[in-house]
Design a binder for this molecule. Structure first.
Ligand code: NAG
Ligand code: NAG
Ligand code: NAG
Ligand code: NAG
Ligand code: NAG
Ligand code: NAG
Length: 443
């Protein structure tokens, strides 16, 4: 029996709640408020197991407490304010040091090998390795902390995972936090750790807190999408072939297709080609773009917050298939380039001017036909060492509410990429999976 048993679930608070000089309230931007219905992104890393003498659970908890002192917004709570005077609501994060959830679980019969199934299949027990399944941003108003972590002891390995509220931070900030946590665990709290850089970005002309009409906030039903997952490995060679092909196809242009754009274009095309969708249906590919360096003036790279924006490429199935790899990659490239200071500002201003119910496309036809590309091979997920070595694999938790979710991880071998793909039944087909597997073999 491949069982995962929860040994304990507790709240870890920041070591020293010293709020002087800190912002107690972080008002949410219109961009953040769009995420009320988003599920907590979940990621995890697989490590070898430390020595049995190594009392690593208490160490992980103690260092987490120190890390939360630095990354104090993760230890806060999401708060809703009822503005009776105009019948609206507002949201902010109260940095009150309430703490993050820490789950310790054991799966003594599960080995690291069980995680690596043939052809990138994802084993059934995997969701139990994650701490925040089926949790949406809005749940933080009721019961959920903004950050949940889980350490699962396996027979020969340890899986360390997290789920977080996307309203408070993005992948870039989360991995910075994770890096800090592992450094403190490895080397103590004086290991040259920088204080948090908070984003001091706001749009001129927007008054905080943003008032949202109560009527628009009515609760939406939750659907339980049925999804299937696979992890596809792209070798450095395969990636450079795709990139060369895409660049060759577009000819001499003033832009160059990147490796990531070539891989995303290849997957979008392959998935839609085998989806059986009609040529006149619309499909979208939404790529998470880090806005920090795109804003003007740019924000610091390590600036904390949710500063990613989705760049959305829209086309019809027929057009996509006729265009092929190069032009598809070019469309993605151009869409990402359109994410500028100006577009960011406009989205925020329009949002405030015309507040509507926070977006949710769950269950819509277009969502069924569309892909979201999350995370990035830029994140150095393998550069984490809690004191017993670096991870050997990265995985995403169960994704919900989308037609297709592609979580992009750096692969273990330099220059390679692992794509954790979760596809709804509308996009999944065995033909597609066999094609991708065959395409990956012998690269
Ligand atoms: C936060 O992340 C989500 C998902 O990537 C994105 O849709 C949203 O616009 C982001 N927020 C900001 C402030 O950019
Ligand atoms: C809190 O921070 C202030 C200023 O940084 C410092 O003077 C004070 O000693 C700190 N208090 C505690 C309990 O650490
Ligand atoms: C570890 O901590 C020591 C001091 O305790 C410091 O000199 C060293 O630079 C730290 N190493 C890292 C990798 O942070
Ligand atoms: C970028 O957007 C910010 C926020 O609205 C604005 O204050 C700033 O002037 C913009 N920068 C430029 C160069 O237009
Ligand atoms: C995914 O699939 C389920 C069931 O097959 C369906 O109810 C749902 O609307 C689909 N789409 C999305 C975007 O979740
Ligand atoms: C989305 O796809 C699922 C599974 O193929 C299907 O059951 C559902 O009706 C679709 N939803 C819409 C709105 O087309």
């Amino acid at each position: 029996m491949r069982e995962v048993i929860v040994i304990s679930s507790s709240i870890v608070r920041p070591e020293n709640i010293n709020r002087s000089g800190r912002r107690e309230k972080i008002h949410l931007t219109p961009h953040d408020l769009d995420l009320l219905y988003l599920y907590y992104p979940q990621r995890g890393l697989l490590f070898h197991k430390p020595d049995p003498e190594n009392r690593f659970i208490p160490q992980l908890m103690a260092s987490l407490s120190t890390a939360l002192e630095i990354y104090f917004p993760f230890a806060g709570r999401l708060v809703k304010v009822n503005n009776q005077e105009d019948d609206t609501v507002s949201f902010y994060i109260d940095c009150d040091g309430s703490g993050a959830k820490f789950v310790h679980a054991k799966a003594e019969s599960i080995t690291m090998n069980d995680v690596f199934q043939s052809h990138g299949s994802v084993p059934d027990f995997m969701p139990q390795f994650f701490p925040a399944n089926n949790v949406q941003s809005r749940d933080a108003l009721v019961s959920e902390p903004l950050l949940a972590l889980q350490v699962t002891e396996m027979k020969d390995g340890v899986f360390i995972s997290f789920g977080y509220n996307h309203m408070v931070a993005d992948g870039s900030s989360l991995w910075n936090f994770f890096h800090t946590w592992s450094k403190i665990c490895l080397n103590g709290s004086d290991s040259n750790i920088q204080p948090l850089v908070l984003k001091d970005w706001f749009c001129e002309g927007i008054d905080y807190p943003v008032h949202i009409p109560v009527l628009e906030m009515e609760t939406l039903p939750r659907c339980e999408p049925s999804t299937k997952e696979r992890v596809f490995h792209f070798s450095k060679k395969k990636i450079s072939d795709l990139k060369a092909k895409a660049n060759y196809e577009i000819g001499t242009m003033d832009v160059k297709i990147s490796s990531l754009q070539a891989v995303v274009a290849y997957l979008w095309l392959s998935i839609i080609r085998h989806s059986g969708l009609n040529r006149d249906e619309e499909t979208q590919c939404k790529v998470a773009a880090d806005m920090r360096q795109r804003l003007n003036p740019p924000l610091k790279k390590e600036c904390f917050g949710n500063v990613t924006n989705l760049a959305t490429a829209t086309t019809t199935v027929g057009e996509l298939l006729d265009r092929g790899l190069g032009k598809t990659a070019l469309q993605i490239c151009k869409t990402v380039r359109l994410k500028t200071n100006e577009s960011y500002e406009n989205i925020a201003k329009n949002w405030v001017r015309n507040v509507k119910r926070p977006k949710t496309s769950v269950g819509s036809r277009l969502a069924n036909n569309s892909l979201i590309v999350a995370s990035s091979p830029r994140f150095d997920v393998y550069d984490h060492d809690f004191g017993w070595g670096k991870p050997i694999a990265a995985r995403a938790g169960p994704a919900d509410g989308t037609g297709g979710m592609l979580v992009m991880f750096r692969g273990v071998e330099e220059g390679s990429i692992d794509v954790h793909a979760t596809l709804n039944s509308s996009l999944w087909s065995d033909v597609l999976v066999n094609l991708l597997i065959n395409d990956m073999v012998g690269q």
